[in-house]
Write a protein that binds this ligand. Structure first.
Ligand code: FES
Ligand code: MG
Length: 575
């Protein structure tokens, strides 16, 4: 299928990479065989294709807590299909613990995964991912390593349940803490909610970043159909794990590799699915980064074009009503893709060895409460809009399906916070000069600024306005937001404040205009004044002076470029 290259082939011959290690007649063959057999493998085993199983189990990553078990099922499938499974670890990134933000580690995980796969006798690899940054890191690595690969996501948690109500992480985490802060629920009630919301293994169970990236892995053709939505503890996820183990052996036999699957066309399919689901804004950074590994500069305009022509049809939170568990019952991503099939590139190859069209043959959409008809969608356009104007010359994003209707077109005066620390110090100050029409602006929270673009773009509503019943305001930053967030949040402003972007020049009282339908984000300050402010502007001090943090600050690209490291792109894309 793919062109032979020096990675898979040996001296131009169509041989497995493992053969190079185990069939060698010299010293190194002896050592490889001897050391491998010491683990209990036999000579027969060493003749099989070696299937790496990238197990990102970690007790520091709740979303991957069940990966040891899933790995056993993958191995079962690999053995059944005649492969030799070999499990290995990479770093694992779980959203809740990592400080300052998981975005700092996505590229490190991508590098770790790529180099581990390339450096070992791995003929094909199953990549177990789940929590937000892990699947994008693995897809970036898969493109760069270009060795046969299948993504197996860990699946969403079961729905949280409390007093007959369905709860979702982390959309309701905000709700509970907000109402607690407003004095509407007690400490005891908060603890009960904590215990009820996350009650099983798995990743966040709304259409947050993890669910969006799982859907994207499927839409790209890099995960088996149906994988994304199966709840983590459901026995069918074990079946999916075994099936994935079988299928990777088949992919190795047929020499189908990530770059046969991830193409401009399949990236368009992934964007379509993201828009139809009102998926996470983070997905845009990740898709740009994955495309970059192919040597394809995916422009933000492409997201807007596809968003404009893709109705939002999936009734799943935070933009809809239900959660991943109901989406699974409704047929999951294959059913969603069936509904938008007329908009997809059906010829794209997938890890089934078949095309998207072939995979969708026989799929039916049965639940119209979950998957709306294309002709009668929940909203006529996709979830995410790209905003431009003098405040975001290189683009900014808004999840238009999660904004308050009265704020879609808004003009207000800026209340500026110079940094995340400044925000924390002053947002609840009773003397803060702010009202419900103000536009909250957070600077220096971008890729180099905060650093590493944390998910703090859901700027909290000032306490005094909360008490008055205000629940949404226009908020602007160069930060990211969690895929589970809601509200009128303009994020990913590029270029960021910390490198001298116009966001860094905004001052208290400046008028800012948002018009989502016109895709407009405008700072109403004349150019002369902005030039004067720019002349006096000083970059904030860097957050790191050594180590990986320094490498990150020096080499990370802007949000509209995918926040990859420049040196991880193929040479033709480097400036
Ligand atoms: Fe892992 Fe939400 S914390 S997906
Ligand atoms: Mg998240």
């Amino acid at each position: 299928m793919a062109d032979e290259d020096s990675i898979l082939g040996v001296n131009g011959e169509d041989k497995l990479r493992g053969d190079k290690y185990f069939n060698d007649t010299g010293l190194w063959g002896f050592i490889h065989r001897s050391f491998t057999k010491s683990m209990g493998y036999t000579d027969d085993d060493l003749k099989k294709p070696v299937i790496g199983i990238c197990n990102t189990f970690s007790e520091l990553n709740k979303c991957h807590s069940h990966f040891r078990e899933l790995t056993d099922y993958v191995k079962r499938g690999v053995w059944q299909a005649g492969g030799l499974p070999m499990e290995f670890p990479t770093i694992s990134i779980g959203e809740p613990y990592v400080k300052p933000t998981t975005m700092l580690l996505r590229n490190l995980m991508a590098m770790d995964t790529e180099e581990m796969v390339k450096a070992h006798p791995i003929d094909g690899v199953v990549l177990l991912g789940g929590c937000d940054k892990t699947v994008p890191a693995q897809l970036m690595a898969a493109v760069s390593a270009n060795i046969p690969a299948i993504v197996l996501t860990g699946g969403p948690m079961l729905n949280g349940k409390l007093n007959g109500q369905t709860l979702g992480a982390c959309t309701d985490c905000y709700q509970f803490t907000l109402e607690h802060k407003a004095g509407n629920i007690s400490d005891e009630q908060l603890t009960v909610a904590e215990n009820a919301i996350c009650r099983s293994d798995g990743h966040c169970m709304v259409m947050g970043t993890a669910s969006t990236m799982a859907a994207i892995a499927e839409a790209l053709g890099m995960a088996l159909p149906g994988c994304a939505a199966i709840p983590a503890p459901d026995s069918r996820r074990r079946h999916m794990s075994e099936q994935t183990g079988k299928q990777i052996v088949e992919l190795v036999r047929r020499n189908i590799r990530p770059r046969d699957i991830i193409t401009k066309e399949s990236l368009d399919n992934a964007i379509r699915v993201t828009m139809a689901c009102a998926g996470s804004t983070n997905a845009i950074i990740h898709l740009v980064a994955i495309a970059g590994r192919l040597g394809y500069r995916l422009p933000l305009e492409r997201f807007d074009e596809i968003s404009a022509t893709t109705p939002f049809i999936l009734n799943v939170r935070p933009s809809g009503k239900y959660q991943m568990e109901e989406f699974f019952e409704a047929g999951g991503v294959p059913s969603l893709m069936k509904e938008i099939e007329p908009l997809l590139n059906g010829n794209c190859l997938t890890v089934t060895g078949q095309t998207v069209t072939e995979n969708l043959r026989g799929v039916r959409v049965t639940d119209r409460e979950l998957i709306y008809p294309l002709e009668q969608p929940i909203a006529p356009q996709g979830g995410i809009a790209v905003l431009r104007g003098n405040l975001s010359p290189n683009g900014a994003l808004i999840k238009q399906t999660a904004v308050s209707a009265h704020l879609k077109k808004h003009r207000g005066r800026a209340v500026v916070f110079e940094s995340p620390a400044d925000l924390n110090a002053r947002i609840d100050d009773p003397d803060l000069d702010v009202d419900e029409n103000s536009v909250l602006v957070l600077k220096n929270a971008g890729p180099k600024g905060a650093p590493a673009m944390p998910e703090i773009g859901q700027i909290p509503i000032p306490k005094k306005l909360l008490m008055q019943g205000v629940r949404d305001m226009v908020r602007i930053s160069d930060a990211r937001i969690s895929g589970t967030s809601y509200g009128t949040l303009i994020v990913h402003v590029a270029p960021e404040a910390a490198i001298g972007g116009p966001l860094g020049l905004v001052q208290n009282g400046d008028e800012i205009e948002l018009d989502i339908d016109m895709r407009k984000l405008e700072l109403h300050v004349d150019e002369e004044t902005l030039r004067e402010r720019k002349a006096k502007w000083e970059a904030p001090p860097p957050a790191y002076d050594r180590g990986y943090g320094l490498l990150f600050l020096e080499r990370v690209l802007q949000a509209d470029e995918g926040c990859d490291f420049d040196f991880l792109l193929p040479p033709e894309l480097r400036k």
